[in-house]
Design a protein around this ligand. Structure first.
Ligand code: NDP
Length: 283
């Protein structure tokens, strides 16, 4: 079904989102603070709005993708939100999303917050995902339109849930990157070819380890950290070994040392028999 959709914010991400909606056959109105960024979209069939109020007035579904939460409030403050669905895909913190949802509701609008799990080049390709939370009726009404941009997944009525899960996914990613960078520094210190190490050894190993994580999730949810894999005493000794090996190779272990601190703390509590999943209780 072809919808009337307005997109406010035509930076790298907003432009990619608007282009995917035009491509899917929706009638798209666009607005950006610096008007020239609308030109390529207008050339592809979008309608240009002169002000945020005009853009919001043009469509029942308004997608917002700006720098941050304060810019969203600044842009929407003069706009007629009554009866509109505001899908705010600007990266926000959970508390900001809840505040913005209440602010939109006071103005008579319905609110969805979104967490974009993609870079602009991935929009409208199979790997892209957008998490939504907030108004379920709004999500149900526009789910099909949202799928033009990326796979759409609704994660609950709390508007803060999509940004929280977005942050959790980024956290997992940064942790993996930190591990990778430490591994790369160690491998480089021995002048072993890093590309071979990465593709032939590390990536298959990380994939095998990631496959264990659903078991950790079950252990954490059950609060049962018994293990038949390797207990914290074994991991404490392993970390000790790692620290010494890095020192001997002249490489800093800065990105991973906090994990050693948490293992040591848990062991000092007399919980050396537990598995690594128990570390979550220290956080
Ligand atoms: P850009 O820097 O490319 O675009 C920022 C946009 O915000 C521009 O349209 C800019 O307008 C607008 N803007 C900034 N401040 C104001 C203001 N005070 N009033 C009005 N408009 C303002 O960033 P992206 O498009 O990459 O990112 C947009 C959002 O998408 C961010 O929240 C980002 O975290 C999120 N996101 C981005 C990803 C990415 O890979 N790029 C991935 C996932 C999420 P102007 O053109 O006039 O400067």
């Amino acid at each position: 079904m072809s919808e009337n959709i307005s997109v406010l914010g035509l930076g790298l991400m907003g432009s990619a989102l608007a282009a995917s909606l035009i491509e899917a056959g929706h009638r798209v109105t666009v607005w950006n603070r610096s008007p020239a960024k609308a030109d390529p979209l207008v050339a592809r069939g979008a309608t240009r709005a002169a002000t945020p109020a005009e853009a919001v007035g043009a469509s029942p579904l308004v997608i917002v993708c700006l720098l941050d939460c304060p810019s969203v409030h600044e842009v929407l403050k003069e706009a007629p939100l009554e009866g509109r669905v505001i899908a705010n895909l600007t990266t926000s913190r959970p508390a900001e999303a809840r505040e913005t949802a209440a602010w939109v509701a006071e103005r008579g609008g319905d609110y969805l917050d979104g967490g974009i799990m993609a870079v602009p080049q991935m929009i409208a390709t199979p790997g892209a995902l957008i998490l939504y939370s907030g108004s379920q009726p709004a999500f149900d009404r526009y789910e099909q339109a949202f799928t033009a941009m990326a796979a759409a997944r609704y994660v609950g009525t709390d508007p803060g849930m999509a940004p929280l899960l977005d942050l959790a996914m980024l956290t997992g990613m940064y942790g993996q990157m930190a591990g990778y960078l430490e591994a790369a520094a160690l491998v480089r210190s021995a002048k072993y070819p890093l590309t071979d190490f990465t593709t032939e050894l590390l990536v298959p190993w990380l994939n095998a380890m990631a496959a264990q994580q659903p078991r950790w999730a079950e252990a954490i949810e059950a609060g049962d950290h018994r293990t038949e894999v390797s207990n914290l005493e074994v991991n404490r000794a392993g970390m000790e070994n790692l620290v010494r090996a890095f020192q001997e190779q002249g490489v800093k272990l800065d990105l991973l040392l906090p994990m050693k601190t948490v293992i040591d703390r848990r062991v000092a509590r007399g919980l050396a028999h537990e598995g690594l999943s128990g570390l979550v209780e220290e956080l």
